[in-house]
Design a protein. Structure first.
Lengths: 123, 419
């Protein structure tokens, strides 16, 4: 059975590109366009991995991670941050909240996102 | 005194009173001895009268001089009281001798409560603490020998530039003068400018990453086959986009420098290892330009330095990149290290185009690029060396260079070792 990846991203084009790329790699892709929706989908679907943006409407990525930490069944889902920014302070905060990895969109190619996903949960 | 009153009397010839100067007085006295006995009584009386007049004149002159002095003093005090900067004067024993209303306002203190108090006592009052701490941080303790200037964020929305200078009279130190200049407005403008650049840079990154990922996926064949011609064009577009991303990153680094947020948690590291890994990124370019590249690894491990690795990498990268970029094919680039007293010195020497002599002093200026390198490579922001210098200085290091146009450039930096 294909592994489930939840993509939480507010920017339509990035959402499209990543969804396409991940589907090609035979993952099942779920999408959410803000943090709030992301948490709802997460509770219902219990994905194998979450790709999480930081700056989003309603609820940002950090808040999503904080709430995940409080919910036992979500606590152990691996999270990879995919953000436009990547200042050391932000990286530190994400690490403390349990993020597995961090990607700065302008520094990485979509293929490298896939590589990091594979590293976490396999194909 | 006599001389002065003489002069003053001379100046006031129109004075209605009869005036006799001490000089005239003594001359007249000589004459009196020749006067006959019969007239003696009368002359003595006149003599006294004249003496009295002379004395009165002297007193009057003194009073006049005193009035002038008081007036001058009041004038000076009024100027100090109404001065557009805050002023504090400490005497030679470091007691607060004078404080003007603006300084009271800046520091949030009342003159009556603090005047004549010693600096050590004042350093314990909360409102004075920051200022005194700053004044105390002079290189040679409390003995202030020359002008000292520092910025002090006193409270929310009050930023002062503190200038302190010794008051020297006839080569004796009479105390110190401290001037508090309000630079809040300038600071706010600077902050707004930095925030503007920072926000726009972040905003620009979003569409740039969308473009990057789209092109990449097309190039990777993720959305179907493309012709060679399409591939060629897209590859060039991808590179242009990368350039834009680099430019934005440079701008973001500059804003971090200006926000004073440049360094992040410095850790102990081996400089030669950092440089080695950075140099590795240039392999392809070195090969392409057939550059004779030497990395002189130190024979034994250098002492460690405490650095923000990412930033030092960036600084080293900028220097090596410049060396390779501005050296013609088949030229030479050499990296070496030295370890003199308590510092580690990094050196990158190239046989490149060099920096024209008249442009050398501007080389670390933001957005500056030498005219000879602009002709050579149009691409470049002029932010590299500015950023590099700031990174090195944030590590309490030093950066310098030697260069001759047409022959080459050598850049050095030195970082203090962790001892």
């Amino acid at each position: 059975m294909a592994k489930k990846i939840l993509l939480i991203e507010d920017e339509e084009i990035m959402l499209n590109l990543l969804q396409r790329k991940l589907t090609q790699e035979n993952y099942e892709v779920l999408i959410a366009r803000d943090g709030q929706e992301g948490l709802e989908v997460m509770e219902k679907e219990l994905p194998d991995l979450v790709l999480l943006d930081i700056i989003m409407p309603k609820k940002g990525g950090f808040e999503v991670m904080e709430e995940m930490g409080k919910i036992p069944k979500l606590k152990n889902i691996p999270v990879i941050i995919v953000s436009n920014s990547g200042q050391p302070v932000e990286l530190d905060r994400a690490r403390k909240l349990g993020a597995k990895d961090w990607l700065i969109k302008t520094e990485f190619d979509p293929q490298e996102v896939i590589d990091k996903v594979v590293k976490q949960i396999g194909k | 005194m006599n001389k002065k009153s003489d002069m003053n009397s001379g100046k006031r010839k129109n004075n209605k009173k009869e005036r006799v100067t001490p000089k005239e007085f003594s001359e007249k006295k000589l004459n009196f001895t020749k006067i006959t006995e019969g007239k003696k009584e009368r002359t003595e009386e006149e003599e006294l009268k004249q003496a009295r007049n002379a004395l009165l004149n002297i007193l009057e002159d003194t009073e006049e001089a005193r009035k002038i002095a008081v007036e001058e003093r009041n004038k000076t005090l009024t100027i100090i009281q109404n001065f557009a900067d805050g002023i504090l004067v400490f005497d030679e024993k470091n007691n607060l001798e004078l404080i003007n209303p603006l300084a009271e306002e800046f520091l949030g203190v009342k003159k009556e409560e603090i005047i004549q108090k010693n600096i050590s006592e004042l350093s314990e009052t909360p409102k004075f603490k920051h200022l005194i701490k700053l004044l105390d941080s002079f290189p040679e303790g409390k003995a202030i020998k020359s002008i000292f200037r520092e910025e002090l964020p006193l409270r929310e929305n009050l930023f002062l530039e503190i200038t302190t200078l010794p008051l020297i009279m006839e080569s004796n130190l009479k105390g110190t003068l401290t001037i508090l200049h309000n630079v809040t407005r300038e600071k706010n403008i600077e902050k707004m400018k930095t925030e503007f650049v920072s926000i726009s840079a972040h905003q620009l990154r979003t569409p740039l990453s969308a473009v990057k990922w789209t092109i990449r996926m097309i190039l990777d064949g993720d959305v179907g086959e493309i012709s060679n011609e399409q591939r060629d064009l897209l590859q060039k577009t991808y590179l242009s986009n990368e350039r834009m991303i680099n430019l934005i990153n440079d701008l973001l680094n500059v804003t971090r420098i200006e926000e004073g947020k440049l360094l992040y948690e410095p850790k102990l590291a081996q400089l030669e290892d950092i440089v080695w890994s950075v140099a590795g990124n240039f392999k392809q370019e070195i090969k392409r330009k057939k550059i004779d590249f030497k990395f002189k690894k130190p024979s034994q491990a250098l002492p460690k330095v405490k650095v923000d690795q990412e930033k030092i990498k960036l600084a080293v990268e900028n220097l090596i990149d410049n060396a390779i970029r501005y050296t013609f094919p088949k030229g030479k680039v050499e990296i070496s290290f030295r370890c003199p007293d308590k510092v580690i010195e990094f050196k990158v020497k190239d046989s490149g185009v060099g920096i024209p002599k008249d442009k050398q002093e501007r080389i670390f200026t933001k957005f500056f690029r030498g005219p000879n390198v602009i002709r050579m490579e149009t691409e470049g922001t002029g932010l590299g060396l500015y950023t590099t210098k700031n990174i090195i200085e944030a590590h309490k290091g030093k950066i310098w260079f030697e260069s001759e146009e047409g022959k080459g450039t050598t850049f050095y930096f030195a970082l203090p070792t962790e001892e």
